[in-house]
Design a binder for this molecule. Structure first.
Ligand code: AMP
Length: 301
């Protein structure tokens, strides 16, 4: 039940509007704000799965109205990352949004977001060069730029991001604070497969053997958490054993394991709480998953 006293059933009754233009989004949100309704926003790149759906549900619990954007943002892809191959199952995505009772789905074209002559870009500071940023230069500048644009179009009261992309959520929090944006950022827990693999649109590329081996990523994080809770602080020892669990069988190669502060993501000398453990791996199995990155993390308070 939200502040209007509506329930999910009533929300379904309202229907899901799909819009492509900035004006349509602005009009809808202005009307809601005019009725003193709060607006939650879930930015996505589509290929929606249960992880995205959990963010929509969180938004619906927190706010009177929910807006989802589906936009594969070209500026966050590197030159060697395959933007064109990114999955775009739009009708399945719209179905998912309808099933979740989303009020408005914003599906802009690239030209709507980056019209001819577009030139202003956001530069994320040092945070953008750590961890994922080291392997994906410019990635977080692209993320921050598009999220700022989407915030300025949607003007949400609350924006919901997944903990799965922990560094992204830290970058967005930093941007919101640095630029005094009037939006509350909420980070929602990672949704996982039964064996612990974090849901991701990239998981479909894993064949049976590499999919089995991928469970080692979360297993290594859980193992490290248990060790730390028993008093282990030697990052080197934890890292060595985690690497073995991840690379076992030869399906994945480790990019990094980071022991860092959960708020700033600066590296910690010892694995002491509060702690975020970040993992990034690359699939090395020949086939469609080869070369793809998989990331995960755990925060230990
Ligand atoms: P993407 O479409 O990959 O840009 O992701 C859109 C949002 O969904 C981001 O805030 C992600 O962190 C979040 N997300 C992706 N995978 C998961 C997951 N397994 N659990 C929770 N949130 C997720």
């Amino acid at each position: 039940m939200n502040s209007q006293g509506t329930t999910q059933g009533a929300a379904r009754g309202r229907g899901t509007r799909i819009v492509h233009s900035i004006t349509q989004v602005r009009r809808a949100v202005a009307a809601w704000h005019g009725q003193e309704l709060t607006v939650g926003f879930v930015p996505t790149m589509g290929a929606l799965h249960a992880g995205h759906r959990s963010l929509m549900r969180r938004s619906k619990r927190l706010c009177d109205r929910t807006v989802v954007s589906v936009f594969v943002n070209p500026t966050q892809f590197g030159p060697r990352e395959d933007l064109r191959a990114y999955p775009r199952p739009l009708s399945a995505d719209l179905k998912a949004c309808r099933e979740e009772g989303v009020d408005l789905v914003f599906v802009p074209s690239v030209a709507t977001i980056y019209p001819e002559g577009f030139g202003t870009k956001l530069k994320v500071g040092d945070l953008g060069n750590l961890w994922e940023g080291r392997s994906r230069p410019g990635h977080f500048d692209g993320v921050a730029t598009v999220v700022l644009k989407l915030f300025s179009i949607v003007t949400p009261d609350v924006a919901i991001f997944g903990q799965k992309d922990l560094q992204q959520s830290v970058v967005i929090r930093r941007m919101v604070s640095d630029l005094n944006l009037p939006v509350r950022v909420v980070v929602s827990p990672t949704v996982r497969e039964n064996d612990g693999l974090a849901l991701s649109s990239r998981n479909v590329y894993l064949d049976r053997l590499s999919r089995n081996a991928s469970a080692g990523i979360y297993q290594s994080l859980r193992w490290a958490r248990a060790q730390i809770k028993e008093g282990e602080t030697r990052a080197g020892r934890l890292r060595t054993r985690m690497r073995r669990m991840i690379e076992d069988g030869g399906y994945f190669s480790l990019d990094y394991i980071g022991f860092c502060d959960p708020l700033t993501l600066t590296e910690k000398a010892g694995a002491r709480r509060p702690l975020a453990i970040l993992v990034a791996v690359k699939c090395v199995t020949p086939g469609p998953a080869q070369g793809r990155r998989y990331i995960d993390n755990l925060v230990i308070r």
